[in-house]
Design a protein around this ligand. Structure first.
Ligand code: GLA
Length: 418
């Protein structure tokens, strides 16, 4: 399911292209003061309890799409657009949430009763995190919190995981509890499964909580091993292009892809009971199984197995600064997502193909769950401006939509600002 958006549905991304912002611009103190001011206008002045400020970045996945729930590899990094949450403890066990994206809505629930999914639905990510913390026996306090956002909702840059991780960090900061980042990511993933109805993998919550500035992360989604890959800030730019077609992962397609992968696993299990996920299968095994599979399941398996191999190779090539090879692998990834996994759309196909035509672009591909959202391109610094201009001209002429093109550096994972 996709929606055409005339503009971003949330706090607009700063127009990074126009200002040609190519280096990390940290969160200004004035920005923090502005959201604290808004918080105090909504929830009243501090009287005893201290107001805290948390940030959780969005993410872009360089390669390794739809591999995380197959126990495979992914190569994401955290990006500058982010979720910021201002919070303050309450002693009555109530959690009250406001959002700058939905300014008219205030939602409230109690941590002393069973926490149910409800409306407005943007609150379900936070409801889910509070509920999973309680179920895991992690002590909670009530809180007032304001969610502010420079991440496009439905843009495929993981605003949902950022809200989940930010909520988790608010709750931990207010109680003084500590949990390790892998457990935190797993609890947030469970919250998304149970409360947002999206059977996502572990990539988004892991990168949002454990990213390292200046690095991408090769994540082994089976055992959560993280290998950080340094990105050369002189030679490389990461450009994100929002198609302005927003995606909806609750629409059923995502869950269907997961089920199709599980169907493939069942077949491989018949021959080898040691196969737990497509991670355990080689390309040769996929080909050998082809006559016994429907064409659809064959293509799904070929994507998941091939993509994971491309991802480990891309991580090595990136570390060795062999950017042309990384670019080739990104292009192959896009083709596989388009033809075998069928999660792309006309807008993302067009943007990726047009991006690849610009000199100095190593590679471009759709990023995230698909069906809309963004592409990511790995480019030489000198290619940023021509790429931006080319996509603005051609994409708008073809689809009547203004793409949002911006450069981002790799930021650190979620943290407490104040
Ligand atoms: C969404 C999910 C992730 C991952 C990607 C596809 O972002 O949340 O877990 O499956 O899609 O790679």
């Amino acid at each position: 399911m996709k929606h055409y958006t005339s503009g971003l549905r949330c706090g607009q991304l700063p127009s990074l292209t126009r200002t040609r912002r190519t280096h990390k611009v940290g969160l200004m103190q004035s920005d923090v003061n502005a959201i604290k001011k808004q918080f105090h206008e909504i929830f009243g002045a501090d009287a005893g309890e201290r107001t805290r400020v948390i940030r959780a970045p969005g993410r872009v996945n360089l390669i390794g799409e739809h591999t995380d729930y197959n126990d495979g590899f992914v190569l994401p990094m955290a990006i500058e657009p982010e979720v910021r949450m201002v919070c303050r403890a309450r002693s009555d066990g109530q959690i009250r949430l406001a959002s700058t994206v939905y300014p008219k809505e205030l939602l409230e629930f109690s941590i002393q009763k069973k926490i149910e999914r409800g409306s407005p639905s943007w609150g379900n990510y936070s409801r889910g995190v509070a509920a999973e913390f309680l179920a895991a026996g992690i002590p909670l306090v009530g809180m007032d919190a304001l969610v502010a956002n420079t991440l496009p909702v439905g843009g495929g840059l993981s605003s949902s995981a950022a809200i989940e991780v930010a909520t988790a960090l608010c709750l931990l900061t207010l109680t003084g509890e500590k949990i390790d980042p892998t457990r935190l990511a797993l609890l947030c993933q469970k919250a998304e499964h149970e409360y947002a109805g999206v059977p996502c993998g572990i990539m988004d919550q892991t990168i949002v909580s454990s990213a390292r500035a200046g690095h991408a992360m090769l994540l082994d989604c089976r055992d959560n091993t993280k290998t950080y890959v340094k990105l050369n800030p002189i030679e490389l730019r990461v450009v994100i292009v929002n198609s302005m077609v927003s995606h909806e992962l609750t629409g059923g397609e995502f869950a269907q892809r997961r089920r199709q992968c599980e169907q493939a696993v069942k077949l491989f299990k018949q021959d080898d009971s040691g196969v737990r996920a497509l991670r355990d299968v080689t390309m040769e095994q996929v080909e050998a199984m082809r006559p016994r599979m429907s064409d659809l399941i064959y293509r799904r398996a070929r994507h998941a197995v091939g993509e994971s191999l491309r991802t480990t190779e891309a991580a090595k090539a990136l570390a060795a600064q062999r950017y042309e090879r990384v670019g080739e692998l990104m292009a192959q990834s896009h083709e596989s997502l388009r033809d075998d996994y069928e999660v792309s759309c006309a807008e993302l196909d067009y943007l990726s193909a047009e991006a690849m035509r610009v000199k100095g672009v190593y590679g471009a591909r759709m990023t995230g769950g698909g069906f809309g959202g963004c592409i990511v391109a790995l480019v030489q610094p000198r290619a940023v401006e021509p790429l931006t201009q080319h996509l603005h001209g051609t994409y708008t002429a073809k689809f009547g939509l203004q793409p949002n093109v911006f450069v981002t550096t790799a930021t650190a994972g979620a943290n407490v600002l104040e």
